[in-house]
Write a protein that binds this ligand. Structure first.
Ligand SMILES: C[S@@+](CC[C@H](N)C(=O)[O-])C[C@H]1O[C@@H](n2cnc3c(N)ncnc32)[C@H](O)[C@@H]1O
Length: 254
């Protein structure tokens, strides 16, 4: 996604296991770090990026532009298929509602939007109220996407896997696929040799963390994870801007 993230050199903080508590898995530790980040400095940063605020630097402005391309591409694909009013959607890791809000405005039947960060989901809910969106059609909850249950026509998860290594990300894809009746759309920062080099260069520079740890993912593994759950790739696009690089894939149940 963003070299602002890709060049980051954050080291993982200890999740605080005690002698009596079960040791958290590496994935749980990763989630705790991500949750804390998006409830504090990350909320402030991403809430500004995903808004019209002028209070963004050049990198953040470009991330905003690139991310909007991903959102616009998803909305275009969903509208192309049509029947929005008859379909149910799950927006996993919804952030401040950059996808859910316009999707509701386009007349989606029902949307369950959730995010690990309470701060992000509260802001999404505030924006929905501000825009006069019918709360009966767009519902919010704070949740880890791997705790989500239920069945939805279409499950969408945009730019969330940047925070997780390959194996946990693939497990997340499998879980999301299990919730999807017909369609699954995911976007993530794809592994490329160039980005790998940039990330390695970034790790050479000492200094305070700007954000959470960031991961690029091998597309073949993401596709294989969806296939294990009975989905096949329908189409894909690469959405980019300076400092933003995101592979979007649409899967359908085979
Ligand atoms: C870069 S933002 C993208 C937000 C939104 N999907 C969008 O495209 O506008 C990443 C979001 O993923 C959320 N997130 C990270 N790990 C998550 C998890 N395990 N379950 C649910 N949300 C998660 C973060 O809290 C954050 O809001």
């Amino acid at each position: 996604m963003a070299p602002e993230q890709l060049l980051d050199n954050t080291s993982q903080t200890d999740a605080g296991a005690t002698a009596n508590a079960p040791t958290p898995s590496a994935k749980d530790s990763e989630k705790s770090v991500v949750e804390a980040y998006f409830n504090s400095t990350g909320f402030d940063r991403w809430n500004r990026i995903y808004s019209d605020s002028e209070d963004v630097n050049k990198v953040q402005r470009n991330i905003r532009i690139g991310h909007q391309k991903t959102v616009d591409q998803v909305l275009a694909w969903l509208q192309e298929e049509g029947n929005l009013a008859e379909r149910s959607f799950c927006d996993a890791g919804c952030g401040v509602g950059s996808l859910s809000l316009p999707l509701a405005a386009l007349g989606a039947g029902s949307i369950q939007a959730s995010d690990l960060s309470e701060a992000m989901v509260n802001e999404a809910s505030r924006r929905a109220t501000e825009q006069g969106i019918d709360p009966a059609r767009l519902q919010f909850s704070a949740s880890d996407l791997e705790s989500l249950e239920g069945r939805y026509d279409t499950v969408i998860c945009l730019d969330v896997f940047i925070h997780y290594p390959q194996e946990p990300a693939e497990q997340m894809v499998e879980h999301l696929a299990s919730l999807a009746e017909r369609r699954l759309l995911v976007s993530f920062a794809p592994y490329t040799p160039l980005l790998a080099v940039l990330k390695r260069i970034g790790e050479l520079f000492p200094g305070p963390s700007k954000t959470t740890r960031a991961y690029t993912l091998r597309e073949s593994g993401i596709v294989a994870a969806a296939e294990r759950r009975g989905f096949r790739l329908v189409r894909r696009s690469l959405n980019q801007a300076p400092f933003y690089f995101s592979r979007l894939i649409e899967f359908e149940r085979a």
